[in-house]
Design a protein around this ligand. Structure first.
Ligand code: SF4
Length: 294
């Protein structure tokens, strides 16, 4: 199998067959991200993808899920993607195929393009939306606005492409998380992701955010504030969605399905906040500050 390091994927998809479609990220300038610092964006040739599918098929004739690996394979044109998904379908006609997409990748596709992509085998996308707050999106250089999130996700909805999303807690900085969560929820309530991976920012050496933090231009939120932020999202989201915070960077870990489990989740978070001590704060901050990669 061919892979450029690192392989980045959601925890929920670890049991998938990984097939490299791209390497690196076509954007690669978010201020907090060091995933692909040593991996320039690259597109796998169809011959490589087919060789990997042939090899995989020998050892795993049946797989339930395929993760099309790379920072954002959805950046490829509709025609290029269709060639990839057709190939995957030839070897694994029944597998569920998923990959990463960015909001900017969707901008370059029409609803018709997305419909064709879906018809040829891509079942759903995972989008690192991170935030619905324009101030945050601009500050971390995501390259799109909250209005773009609405426009592009509505295209996915119109095309029948299901999608999950990633939210990055803590990104607004100290004192601003609740307001940012409120703004984000107002945007997410107008789109239809059915699942949210809720991660939290760590200041990683080598990133622009690390330099901004050292220069005092960004002030990290406390761990308590991060729990209050996720509580706000749980309280404010009105769409049916599962929130999964089971990541190494989370201040509190849980999986909850809204709206059914909203009340019990809010009660549990309130209980955690009521007992949250300075010692808890120190332990969680120390763990976060020891991170070099997430
Ligand atoms: S956060 Fe996502 S879009 Fe931004 S640089 Fe990292 S991989 Fe690329």
């Amino acid at each position: 199998m061919h892979f450029h390091d690192p392989i980045v994927r959601p925890q929920t998809d670890v049991d998938s067959l990984f097939i490299e479609v791209t390497a690196g990220c076509s954007h690669n300038t978010c201020t907090f991200c060091n995933f692909y610092e040593d991996t320039p964006f690259w597109i796998a040739p169809l011959e490589q993808i087919e060789a990997d599918l042939q090899e995989a098929k020998r050892y795993q004739p049946y797989v339930k899920n395929i993760w099309a690996s790379g920072g954002d394979p959805f950046v490829l044109s509709a025609d290029k993607q269709i060639a990839v998904w057709d190939l995957m379908r030839r070897y694994y006609p029944d597998a569920r195929i998923t990959t990463y997409a960015t909001i900017n990748d969707i901008k370059h596709k029409t609803v018709d393009d997305i419909k064709r992509i879906k018809e040829h085998g891509l079942d759903e996308v995972m989008i690192g939306i991170e935030s619905g707050d324009d101030d945050v999106l601009k500050a971390v250089n995501k390259g799109y606005t909250a209005a773009d999130i609405l426009t592009e996700c509505h295209k996915l909805d119109a095309a029948g492409m299901t999608y999950r999303m990633i939210y990055l807690g803590g990104l607004a900085g100290k004192g601003k998380l609740i307001e940012s969560a409120k703004k984000s929820a107002a945007i997410f309530n107008q789109i239809h992701p059915y699942y949210m991976m809720y991660t939290n920012v760590a200041i990683l050496p080598g990133t622009k955010l690390y330099e901004q933090t050292k220069a005092g231009e960004f002030v990290e939120a406390t761990e308590r504030e991060r729990i209050e932020e996720v509580r706000e999202l749980v309280a404010d989201l009105t769409i049916p969605i599962t929130i999964n915070t089971m990541t190494s960077t989370s201040s509190v870990t849980f999986v909850t399905t809204l709206p059914e489990e909203r009340d019990v989740t809010l009660q549990r978070l309130d209980a955690i906040l009521a007992e949250f001590s300075e010692q808890d704060e120190r332990v969680l901050q120390a763990r976060r500050h020891s991170m070099r990669y997430v």
